[in-house]
Design a binder for this molecule. Sequence first.
Ligand code: GLN
Length: 194
Amino acid sequence: MAGSSRVGVLALQGDFREHIAVLNGLGADAVPVRRPEELATVDGLIIPGGESSVMDKLSRMFGLAEPLKQAIAGGLPVYGTCAGLIMIADTVLDAITGQESLGGLDIRVRRNAFGSQLDSFETELEIPVLGDPPVHAVFIRAPIVESVGDDVTVLSSLNDGRIVAVEQGSLLGTSFHPEMTGDTRFHEYFLSKL
Ligand code: GLN
């Protein structure tokens, strides 16, 4: 039940406050997660947008990387947006030296895939699993999913076929930022998985 679920938002860096506000608005009990003890209390976790290389470093410094990997392996529902999608990808292309991901999602993702000329843009996306109308999607120095494994469902692609939303079991990932648009359907979809 979404209304009684306790949902964590990884709060090391990035736009975690926006996700907490959306989740609270939907009636979930949303809490910031910065420590393993906090992670242990949640029924699901959102990893927000921000900068994946910084989030990676902080998660290892704060002793959260291993508990996060274990939680993902144990089936905790996790939704990664933008940098969060990079964090849960098995393979990261154009990572900085030494950058690691938590993994779990059988995809290859490329950081900053749109290049400097198209750093940020907005578009309407058909997302069949969410129905009509299309989702207004905001991309900010966004990653692209370059390939997916057999167990991954593609939820949405751009008109040119590039993949921007995926799902695999309890894991959900989007290249874009639903927490910025007032359209709560992705968060509701995630809560329905808890
Ligand atoms: N470019 C960032 C990264 O590599 C992601 C940008 C975002 O989360 N909006 O982590």
